[in-house]
Design a protein around this ligand. Sequence first.
Ligand code: ATP
Length: 487
Amino acid sequence: MHMLNFSPVVRDTNSGALLVCIFVKLFVKIALFQIKAFDLEQSLQEVTERYEKEKQKRKALHNSLIELRGNIRVHCRIRPLLPFDDAAGHSVSQDRRRNFSEKAAYAADDETVLVKCSRPGHASVNKTFQFERVYSDLESQDAVFADVAPLLTSLLDGYNVCIMAYGQTGSGKTYTMLGPQLEENLAFPIEEESELGIIPRATQEVFRLISEKPPGSYWVEVSVVEVYNNEIFDLLAKDSYGKVFGVKRDVVTTREGKSDVPLLTHETVENASEFLQLVNKGLQLRVTHPTLVHAHSSRSHLVVTLTITTVVFGDNFSTLWEDEQTGQRLNKEASCTFPQKMRDNKSTSSSRASSPVQFEATEKMKQVKTRLQLVDLAGSECVGMSGVTGAALRETSFINRSLSALADVLGAIAEQRAHVPYRNSKLTHLLQDSVGGDAKLLVMLCISPGQKYLTETMQSLGFGTRARQVQRGQVKKKNFPVLSKGK
Ligand SMILES: Nc1ncnc2c1ncn2[C@@H]1O[C@H](COP(=O)(O)OP(=O)(O)OP(=O)(O)O)[C@@H](O)[C@H]1O
């Protein structure tokens, strides 16, 4: 009976408790869901904010490259210079490996390099360096090129442009400029497109930009030069059998005060793959030598130049220039001498760079030339570390001397000295117009983070800092008339 009286109450109590339980659970679930949703919303907001910030930064970088005037931009790429089992096949000891991998330089953010090191027996270092862009070792060739590409728009807008890689031996200059190098010295292993460096990518981009222009208004010529032991070699010069071999050339200063290499071979190219083939041939002549730091060390400075000639139509050529005198001079000088290849109309390329028939039908035509100089400097080198002797030691001494001549030139321009010692070295004489003249100049510093290379790293960072202090005159733009498509 007792039980009978109580059981509905118990049942009621049980179902009540159950209900409460369900409510509590539901409440907790809703609360958790809301917290999660809030968290999600927050992280989504964070991601969006970060994305927007990154987008703004990229835009600012893009604009600053387009608007780059006078000053030199410096980007810095950090990548561990790992010990390799040296050219003679000696394996590197564990101790040396550790020494190499202990870091002294870090990308603190994408504009700052932090150098922090305290080694027993050495003065401690704690310094930051500011550049326009800093790449950590995780950043790809794509990322590096994305920051360079706007300069190529400038090139077709009438500016001279120079991109130069600087850094100690083995720090990644050739990789950055050309891409990974194969044993046979073929600069551009096409299978590895994602690893291609600035030079092949820039050429592709130049031809892409040209393809968007009115047909027949542009053509592109290439020259490849190496500065080896303070001598200039034309790497595209051919012998009577059509085989390329390095011919010694000289650099002179023209009456207008520009540097020029008389008799230098300029080959017309009509697309990026023609360019790659040509440069590959030239590069097979570039001198390399194994050292203890880098098994495939470049022993010369490489300068690849693309000259873009734009055909300008009309009577008032001289009024198209900001500086009237330049306009008049160029008006006199300009003559439509087209490359042989184009006059013969032998090209089968689809590039819009060539349309000789159209050119010859027009009388009032003048040329405007802009130049893209792509420079892979030989690496500065500490003889004690690279272990070079004999001819290689002589090469090292020429490399180091020409690099310090380059630093002296920057110093003289930065201090606005009356005399800038361009002629102290063939390298600086050759690069005179880009370094001190009217080109938009970007220096790509390559450094190693390892403690082992602290001295070389500090030297390169010092070079980059000095380059940023240089205030040159306004970069000159060559104005073109606006040509509408299909004209
Ligand atoms: N960011 C990178 N990612 C992957 N490999 C790299 C990178 N940078 C350099 N390397 C590799 O490191 C080695 C040395 O690089 P690289 O030849 O570019 O040095 P370098 O600065 O041109 O040296 P040197 O002045 O002696 O010619 C090469 O095998 C190259 O492929």
